[in-house]
Design a protein around this ligand. Structure first.
Ligand code: NAG
Length: 588
């Protein structure tokens, strides 16, 4: 079924034809040019500095840490344009490393520099940073206070940061431990998901068992599935990895790419005899984003945004992914946005396993009963009840089972919420926004030609409401980062970092324009298009009616009525009881 069936019915060449005939096109309502005064965008750039690839926001949002080629920056987010308010820290690969890099046959111009790939908050006083170090990865600790290197000594970055600057890797810091998805060798042949840091034994994937096949990592996320405290399941927190790789289970076509979600448990300590210093909880499943009418698969995951509106209610998590297709090379770029529900992810990881024959590398569905406790699951109340309190106490037969049952049988499916025939999306960020009447997911999508699309998700469909050119056409949006509290979006590319407010309601000059914009951040009130946040924060003291309609935009009716009726600011209602309802159940 699914990709298997679709692929066996149609050869890849046919997919290419189908794709070229596809005329999906969603035209943005508002399109703004480079440097348009209507929509303020600030750019940070510095002569001679290129490849802005890593973005990290300080917890208070006042500083944006940026990693580029041979440079780190601490940018003042309140005055974003170039100036003396920013701090700069050169971090280049030393001469010896550069010499070695060139000597080993790498391109001195392209490869033999320190490209900063990892920039993460370690604790309140330090950041952790890694760079490719001229094909010899290195890591360091940075002092937040004075933005300087905290130790003279560099750490070996092998297994954390890739050697090759073009390689797609991911890393996330969870309670002072680094989880990384990367390659751990010079040739780029040894993919690994690795957990390291001083406190516990390090763990990684087992290479000889081929748990990963040429993965291109696009992201990782930490979900606190142990919450709420004291619940009866007693599950563990998990770290998820998102990537595309060669789908060895589809062996009837060479090099079929599939997208994956993989997970490990935070409490994993590896096995005692079997799987020593290896993950005992590594499981992966297929993410399948395909067109509903013909099953055309968008099989290459480009980026994933994990939307968890409330940490306690992690079960409501939505995984928003942007996908492209392997079968449209040379044709117009096309892409799709899919959203996967947490319950479907859990269903896949709790369902049947696939089994690999280690000799032939052939895959089968294993319909037999798996051993107990369930292989690859975290330690839960149930396992503890069986007197198994850590992975070190897992029975050998459970761990041996995992060695060839690390791929789930069921795929996690979604139909595209948005299909684009001529746009190649590379990056996605999502904010759940409280509109005037309802809550909406607003998507920010970065393209491979320097544009930003802002879109709103309504009834399982996505409408593009704005297009802003952030960079020149040859410059892809490499990274997007959302500052939800300040309402700012950051985008990084080859030669600059851009800062753009999530909305600019004053752009819409009449009630008609404002309502038709379908922008959940904006609503018409009295004489202007204003930020809905003002309504919710009760900043406007006049009981002016407000007008917004994201769903069908019956502008005329609304704008006529805007003079007389419609919602009264919450000041005159009972805001206290409204807010109490917003609190998650069981909060003290
Ligand atoms: C660095 O930037 C150049 C363009 O200035 C681009 O061609 C190259 O692919 C970039 N490399 C990485 C690793 O982003």
């Amino acid at each position: 079924m699914g990709l298997g069936l679709s692929l066996s019915l149609l050869a890849p060449a046919l997919w290419a034809l189908l794709l070229l005939s596809a005329s999906e096109e969603t035209v943005p309502r508002v399109s703004l040019h480079y440097g348009s005064s209507e929509r303020p965008v600030w750019w940070f750039e510095k002569d001679g500095v290129t490849n802005y690839t890593t973005l990290l926001l300080s917890p208070d949002g006042a500083t944006l840490y940026v990693g580029a080629r041979e440079f780190l920056f601490a940018l003042d987010t309140s005055h974003f344009q170039p100036g003396p308010q920013h701090q700069l820290l050169p971090w280049s690969a030393d001469k010896e490393r550069k010499k070695q890099c060139a000597f080993k046959g790498k391109d001195p111009q392209r490869d033999c520099h320190n490209y900063i790939k990892i920039l993460l908050q370690l604790n309140s006083t330090h950041l952790y940073a890694c760079g490719t170090g001229a094909f010899s990865p290195v890591c360091t600790y940075l002092n937040v206070q004075n933005f300087s290197q905290a130790r003279e000594l560099l750490e070996d970055g092998k297994g954390r940061c890739p050697f090759d600057p073009e390689y797609k890797s991911t890393a996330i810091m969870v309670d002072g431990e680094l989880y990384a998805g990367t390659v751990s060798d010079f040739q780029g042949k040894e993919p690994t998901i690795y957990r390291s840091q001083e406190s516990r034994i390090s763990l990684k994937t087992e290479n000889s068992l081929h748990w990963l096949h040429d993965p291109a990592f696009v992201g990782s996320a930490y979900l606190r599935e142990s919450l709420p405290p004291g619940n009866s399941e007693g599950d563990d927190d998990k770290v998820y990895f998102f990537f595309s790789e060669t789908g060895k289970e589809f062996d009837f076509f060479e090099n079929t790419i599939v997208s994956r979600i993989a997970r490990v448990c935070k409490g994993d300590l590896g096995g005692e005899r079997v799987l020593q210093r290896r993950w005992t909880t590594f499981l992966k499943a297929q993410l399948l984003c395909s067109r509903p009418d013909d099953g055309f698969p968008f099989n290459v995951l480009q980026d994933m945004f994990v939307l968890t509106p409330d940490e306690q209610r992690w079960r409501d998590t939505v995984f928003y992914g942007v996908f492209t297709s392997q079968w449209n090379k040379g044709g117009p770029g096309s892409s799709a946005v899919c959203a996967f529900a947490m319950r479907d992810v859990q269903k896949a990881f709790g369902g049947l396993y696939k089994e690999v024959n280690r000799e032939t590398q052939q895959w089968y569905t294993d319909t037999s009963r798996p051993p107990e406790p369930r292989p690859g699951a975290c330690i839960t109340s149930r396992t503890r009840h069986m007197k198994i309190n850590s992975s070190l106490q897992m029975p050998d037969r459970v761990l041996n089972f995992i060695k060839d049952h690390f791929l789930m049988d069921g795929a996690i499916r979604s139909q595209p919420l948005l299909l684009q025939g001529r746009v190649h999306y590379q990056q996605i960020c999502v904010q759940r926004v409280r509109g005037l009447h309802h809550t909406y997911d607003v998507l920010f999508l970065g393209t491979d030609d320097g544009r930003l699309h802002k879109a709103v998700s309504v009834n399982q469909k996505v409408h593009i409401i704005e297009e802003i050119r952030l960079f020149h056409a040859g410059h892809p949006v490499h990274k997007l980062l959302l500052d939800q509290s300040q309402g700012l979006l950051y985008a990084a590319s080859y030669s600059a970092v851009a800062q753009v407010p999530v909305s600019n309601c004053s752009l819409y000059r009449s009630c008609g324009e404002c309502v038709l914009s379908r922008d959940p951040y904006c609503a018409w009130s009295g004489d202007a298009c204003r930020s809905v946040a003002q309504y919710h924060l009760q900043l406007s003291l006049h009981p002016r009616p407000w007008a917004q309609d994201i769903e069908d935009a019956d502008t005329e009716r609304l704008c006529q009525a805007a003079n007389v009726s419609l919602p009264i600011p919450p000041l005159l209602q009972s805001p206290v009881s409204d807010q109490l309802e917003m609190l998650p159940a069981g909060n003290p």
